[in-house]
Ligand binder design. Structure first.
Ligand code: NAP
Length: 328
């Protein structure tokens, strides 16, 4: 496993984080608690020390399972918990809410769910246009001083929004989407983070499973699974993405004796991200981990990958469909 220090903090975290949204069940067609706990333990045994969760993932369920897994393994002090705030819900409908009252209540609930008295990383999940960013930053800065949190992060923020936030308090880390098929951050956010020495912890390394190499046109998604509303998973767009996956898989095998899944995560780590979040909910999904470290993509390979993407993805679509609404 590779590790990195988050600038401005004493947190030395694994460059691959386990994403636990699916473990919460909501928008992933349900959860299996025992299997989820085994997955978290498998991640820790493989050197992952950073667990990404959020109150909204299963409306507390993901955080509770993470807390339980750490308590059972008695390893809270060896793991870094990354959770979030600023998304509220009512009758299963999610909306942005960065009011100070909500954030205080939400963070208190996270501490309880996670069976801990401090959070290593606290992200604002989505910018709330109805609350001044500086005020939210001041509140998180206060949590930092009180020792309630150890690092401040923002997720799904644009550079201008981060600048406004930083006028009220510190930011250490930024969490946007990034993978071979969703490269929107390369134009502005990535250079902004490099210039300002902010750690970049990106989500969706496997593009919700599309880059695992296991997605087929026949696979059915059940219940509230978000892939039912993801345009990439529907014809006609699915066809171009699966063709890209096929060509990337062939390339990965010919050049590196690796598969597309290894290539996809390696590409995120070698292409500007400090930390890649990998979503998993079954222990065996983490079996490919050892083959992701110990090698790198050189300039020739990065160029060849760029060409495959340019030739196969003629109508790219982004992850915008995931953005939650604001309160009004
Ligand atoms: N800040 C934000 O707004 C935000 C937004 C989205 C996600 N995130 C974070 O990022 C994490 C990961 O992103 P993501 O959930 O979009 O997922 P992802 O990492 O792009 O894909 C995860 C999915 O890929 C499939 N998968 C994983 N390993 C596999 C393997 N070895 N073989 C085959 N399939 C495999 C699994 O789907 P199946 O189990 O269905 O096969 C898994 O649920 C989330 O859990 C969350 O922590 C943050």
């Amino acid at each position: 496993m590779e590790y990195t220090q988050i600038p401005g903090t004493d947190l030395k975290v694994s460059r691959i984080a386990l994403g636990t949204w699916a473990i919460g069940g909501w928008m992933w067609g349900g959860t299996d608690e025992a299997e989820s706990i085994r997955t978290i333990h498998a991640a820790i045994d493989k050197g992952i020390n950073l667990l990404d969760t959020a109150p909204v993932y299963g409306f507390g369920r993901s955080e509770q399972i993470v807390g339980q897994a750490l308590a059972l393994k008695k390893c809270r002090d060896k793991a870094f918990i990354s959770t979030k705030t600023g998304l509220d819900w009512q009758n299963g409908k999610v909306f942005r809410n960065c009011s100070p009252e909500f954030i205080r209540r939400n963070v208190a609930d996270s501490l309880k769910n996670l069976q801990t008295d401090y959070l290593d990383l606290l992200f604002v999940h989505w910018p709330d246009p109805l609350e001044p960013f500086e005020e939210t930053a001041k509140l998180l800065g206060q949590f930092l001083k009180e020792g309630k949190i150890r690092a401040v992060g923002v997720s799904n923020y644009l550079p201008g929004q981060i600048e406004a936030f930083r006028r009220g308090g510190p930011v250490h880390i930024v969490q946007p989407p990034y993978n071979l098929f969703e490269r929107g951050i390369e134009a502005e956010l990535m250079p902004f983070c490099k210039k300002n020495n902010l750690a970049l912890m990106t989500y969706g390394a496997l593009c919700r499973g599309l880059l695992s190499g296991r997605t087929t046109p026949e696979r059915q998604y059940a219940g509230d699974d978000l892939r039912l509303i993801d345009p990439k998973f529907k014809p006609p767009l699915l066809g171009q993405y699966l063709e890209a996956v096929k060509q990337l898989d062939e390339f990965a095998w010919e050049r590196f004796h690796r598969r597309v899944l290894h290539l996809a995560v390696r590409w995120v780590l070698d292409h500007g991200a400090d930390i890649a979040i990998w979503g998993g909910r079954k222990p065996e999904q983490l079996d490919p981990l050892p083959e992701i470290t110990g090698w790198h993509l050189d300039q020739v390979a990065l160029h060849a990958i760029g060409q495959i993407l340019a030739e196969t993805i003629k109508n790219p679509v982004g992850p915008e469909f995931m953005a939650p609404p604001s309160r009004k």
